[in-house]
Design a protein around this ligand. Sequence first.
Ligand SMILES: *[C@@H]1O[C@H](CO)[C@@H](O)[C@H](O)[C@H]1NC(C)=O
Ligand SMILES: *[C@@H]1O[C@H](CO)[C@@H](O)[C@H](O)[C@H]1NC(C)=O
Ligand SMILES: *[C@@H]1O[C@H](CO)[C@@H](O)[C@H](O)[C@H]1NC(C)=O
Ligand SMILES: *[C@@H]1O[C@H](CO)[C@@H](O)[C@H](O)[C@H]1NC(C)=O
Ligand SMILES: *[C@@H]1O[C@H](CO)[C@@H](O)[C@H](O)[C@H]1NC(C)=O
Length: 534
Amino acid sequence: MATPYRLLLLLLSTSNLFLQLSSSATTNKIGVNYGTIADNLPPPSTVASFLKTQTTIDRIKLFDANPDILRAFANTNISVTVTVANSDIPSLTKLPSAQSWITTNILPFHPETAFNRIAVGNEILATSDKNLIAHILPAMKALHQALTLSNLTHIQVVSPNSLGILSSSEPPSAGSFRRGYDRAIFAPILDFHRQTKSPFMVNPYPFFGFSPSKPETLNYALFKPNGGVFDKATGINYTNMFDAQMDAVYSAMKKLGYDDVELVVGETGWPSLGDPDQPGVSLENAVSYNGNLIKHVNSGKGTPLMPNKTFETYIFSLFNENLKPTISERNYGLFKPDLTPVYDVGVFIQQHQQATGPAAMNPASGPEAMRPASGPMAMDPASGPTAMGPAGSPESSSSKKWCVPKINASEKALQANIDYVCSNGIDCGPIKNGGPCFKPDSLRSHAAYAMNAYYQQSGRHNADCDFGNTGVITNTDPGYGTCKYPYAATGSGQNVKKPDTDGGGSLKSATSNLRLYGFLSHLQFLICLCLCFL
Ligand SMILES: *[C@@H]1O[C@H](CO)[C@@H](O)[C@H](O)[C@H]1NC(C)=O
Ligand SMILES: *[C@@H]1O[C@H](CO)[C@@H](O)[C@H](O)[C@H]1NC(C)=O
Ligand SMILES: *[C@@H]1O[C@H](CO)[C@@H](O)[C@H](O)[C@H]1NC(C)=O
Ligand SMILES: *[C@@H]1O[C@H](CO)[C@@H](O)[C@H](O)[C@H]1NC(C)=O
Ligand SMILES: *[C@@H]1O[C@H](CO)[C@@H](O)[C@H](O)[C@H]1NC(C)=O
């Protein structure tokens, strides 16, 4: 028993040290993909001022060159990547047509709008369209030349790729480009990047890489504790799939002699909602992937084969887009169309969360200040565009307090909290099927409702939100749409039944049981972690 306990202390103190070091050395290189397949998004000017004034996001990537968006981002100093439509590629291989594209899409907005890149098409290799594929590099060269002639050499020309460009990616050292494309397509493109000092852009999606039949691969994809994947050729134990995917691309580049070309992550993300029973899709997993990804990228650690590299990374995506075909595709967004976060992965300039209660003990706040997501946007036409000012979320109020689950609360703990609260005199009708807070039908969302109801009813003491160290106090109203979270003003027990504190199984003693239970599972989790590192 003594050894794991000492290890536990060691682990706690080193991880704290690590968090302090990494947060002081933060170099933020996080951008978002601003997709617009939706009919309920706010006007581009609202989006521009929101990103500028409230978030640390300092770069966006568009899937087109929408002039309204380009105009809206003028004078924001937010870098913009525009995309040439796939179908335009064959016509852009000659200099005059490339110049004309620049004249139409860049010059009218330059220099007020800070262009940093032109993406030539999107994942063209995945289209298998030989005509498009044959014209990528000529179009990239022509656009680069046109930019040079306009003295705009700081604007880089790239072409984003899915990881379908690799024939093999496991283990990472075996990464290689698809045969037939390696020397014919990728070597010349990488040579262009080397000549023009521009990066190779890839779209790694661990979401598509885990295997539903092997639950441990999900933790590997989500940056959660896992057994690791050992690469015999290099002796490296990979602890997350993102690093493995990036290193597989690096290995493929190295085989062609281009390991000096920089890599940029054009897209990566995780949906927060999917079809019923779609494997791996949940709000909790989206928070874990994107939150950990941002921390990982900004830590400056790089990957095993690319140590100390901070990859510029564009999260997919900025908004939930309600006209996408499937539920999961509609739910990749960090924000809802009304600019409230689907969840907070730590991109706000001022944390919505006040340093009170349990959260104050956690210097590495990260994605703590999350809120439960609302249901699918398509079902919520009322939350259309809102022209909100630059001053904080309309729902937040620093004096009010709600209780929600911590980001790392386990599903077991969430369920235990729901069971406890709902069997102790709190009205859980709103999270039952048909109730206003039933959707999204997730454990986390239901637990948030229940935990808050208990916290409010018990008088909003910090201890009432402890739940065995699985609850956290927030200043942001977690309610959404018709789901109103109780906020019991002091002295008014309005439609909240007072618990029978004299009866058997009083709230207080049950809470301390719960606290003990939480502490034990916490201990268990850390010991497992230690054993993994042994
Ligand atoms: C614009 O952003 C760049 C980094 O992208 C920074 O160096 C520069 O100081 C910013 N300029 C203004 C006026 O904010
Ligand atoms: C580009 O810069 C050169 C040298 O500064 C200048 O002579 C030329 O006129 C510029 N061209 C354009 C299109 O601005
Ligand atoms: C890599 O991790 C696996 C599983 O945890 C372990 O069996 C193996 O010994 C590790 N190898 C190295 C070199 O750390
Ligand atoms: C990475 O950074 C660490 C710490 O600053 C340093 O010791 C190490 O030499 C660096 N590695 C490379 C390959 O630059
Ligand atoms: C969850 O995070 C908090 C910090 O906010 C930490 O104190 C606690 O130990 C974590 N719990 C688990 C189970 O990892």
